[in-house]
Ligand binder design. Structure first.
Ligand SMILES: *Cc1c(COP(=O)(O)O)cnc(C)c1O
Length: 493
């Protein structure tokens, strides 16, 4: 059976289901596998699998203390909620391929993982004979929040708290969250940005003083953020699925190399791609695409991670992040599971806001990844140009990746097929998308949705229609320093 270790301490080891339950290791590290050599995927087998079968196969390999029947149930319940049978369809756009990950209930790629996470959590509770109530804490830059709320609403044995940056999300994202129904959901806006929210949540996790309260009340914290390994593992599946699709349509032969281009924020999605590579998927390069908060671009180029810079609000807000949590897992792997080294980087990051990796690690990084970024203007231009030339309508995050894919092709690193991950429906970011195509417009976002739909002849996703007519159920706004106060007040009620 696999052991999931803390990235900061190889002595702290748990099973897959316990890692899912806990979310974060006791020492503040992230749970991680240290050996992928025993979890290799048979590429010949996957070409004939549909999404459900593939998800069962891959998740069975990764989360190996769940029984086959348990995984099977989780998969069936999760992916019947998607609006197309393929779950994550691959479409060809120009000479590249776009992997659409936004066909779930909330129209963002977070649904792929968050539709199944609640089932993985409740199954883990039963397996480990735990009768504590699970308190899911979620910091969101916009999309995780809604996807987690949809996933966990009314799930027995769980309560969920979501904290989003008051001024940092799109009108649609905000409307989705503040109208959320469910008897176990709590949503609060914070006066701060995503990093503030994520830091507060991590601090609450690591604060031993809260243990007594939690034990007395028979409660346990867990996370719906991609710091939870249960969030990352379901995302490995679609990398294999996209590859199998290309093989099946005879664009490539089984075993040929491909590149994946990933719009990146917290480094979860792209790290899942790296897992896929280590499990045997023939990936040449993983291309890390950032917006103007281009900490990761600089890091990939220089090996210096430096968050001491101005936080920018961009038109791809779900990637407005300066501290990419999952990078810690990559450092752990690249350092050959040297938890002391990872610990040192994380201490430096906390104390000085930066760290520098050694040259050996940097050259490993360069072998696996390519990195670039797009400005707001470049993002808008990309939406416009691609729509003009192909009539493919994409959202701002996807456009960031599209632009960086262009740069990557210009750099002539290789000439393998490129698969761009599309992480949200254009209708989640209607204002920016509309403006990119037709210029500035003063109409409110919900009127614009209909305009955009009429003008481009594309449908508005069901879950986003009529959002503005729903009752607002959550109007709390709190100072970022008061997140813990708010939380424990609610938990005490
Ligand atoms: C969360 C999100 C991203 C970033 O994904 P990470 O896993 O955090 O790197 C990109 N695009 C959209 C639309 C998102 O919601």
């Amino acid at each position: 059976m696999h052991e999931f270790m803390s990235t900061r301490n190889n002595m702290e080891k748990v099973s897959a289901s316990l890692a899912v339950l806990k979310g974060l290791a006791d020492d503040g590290g992230l749970f991680m596998l240290n050996d992928f050599s025993k979890i290799q995927v048979d590429l010949n087998q996957i070409v004939n699998m549909d999404y459900h079968a593939l998800a069962k196969y891959i998740l069975g390999l990764l989360l190996d203390d769940y029984h086959e029947a348990e995984i099977s149930q989780c998969v069936e319940k999760a992916y019947c909620k998607f609006d197309c049978e393929e779950v994550t369809p691959l479409v060809s756009v120009g000479e590249d391929y776009v992997l659409e990950l936004f066909h779930g209930p909330t129209s963002a790629f977070k649904d792929v993982a968050l539709s199944i996470l609640p089932y993985l959590v409740t199954t883990a509770l039963k397996k480990n004979k735990c009768d504590d109530e699970i308190i899911i804490l979620t910091a969101t830059s916009g999309d995780t929040g809604k996807a987690a709320l949809e996933g966990f609403k009314d799930v027995d044995g769980c309560q969920i708290f979501v904290f989003f940056p008051d001024k940092g999300v799109s009108a649609v994202q905000k409307a989705q969250m503040i109208t959320q129904q469910g008897k176990n959901v709590h949503v609060a806006a914070i006066k701060g940005n995503f990093d503030d929210a994520q830091n507060s949540v991590k601090t609450i996790f690591n604060n031993r003083e809260y243990d007594i309260f939690m034990k007395e009340h028979k409660m346990q914290f867990s996370s719906a953020n991609s710091i939870n390994i249960g969030r990352l593992t379901p995302q490995v599946v679609y990398y294999f699925k996209a590859y199998a699709d290309l093989v099946n349509q005879k664009t490539i032969k089984n075993g040929d190399l491909v590149n994946f281009v990933v719009p990146t924020g917290n480094f979860g999605n792209i790290l899942a791609g790296y897992f896929a590579k280590m499990m045997g998927l023939p990936i040449a390069k993983l291309v890390c695409a950032s917006n103007e908060n281009n900490v990761l671009t600089e890091f990939m180029h220089t090996g210096c991670y430096n968050r001491n810079r101005v936080f920018k609000k961009t038109n791809s807000p779900s990637m407005d992040i300066l501290i990419s949590s999952n990078l810690e897992r990559l450092l752990y792997l690249l350092s050959e599971c040297n938890s002391e080294e990872v610990n040192q980087y994380m201490t430096n990051l906390k104390e000085t806001g930066k760290y520098q990796i050694c040259n050996e690690m940097l050259s490993k990084l360069h072998n696996e990844f390519y990195a670039g970024f797009a400005t707001n203007e470049e993002t808008q231009k990309m939406i416009h140009d691609v729509y003009q030339s192909t009539h493919y309508l994409m959202d701002t995050h996807t456009a960031v990746a599209y632009k960086v894919c262009d740069d990557f092709k210009q750099a002539k690193v290789n000439s393998y097929p490129n698969i761009i991950l599309s992480t949200a429906s254009p209708y989640k970011f209607t204002q920016s998308v509309y403006e990119s195509l037709f210029g500035h417009c003063e109409l409110n976002e919900f009127v614009l949705m209909k305009e955009l739909s009429n003008k481009t002849n594309t449908p508005i996703p069901e879950g986003l229609k009529n959002l503005d007519q729903l009752t607002i159920l959550h109007d709390t706004v709190i100072e970022k320093e008061l997140i813990a106060d708010y939380l424990f007040k609610k938990l005490g009620e």
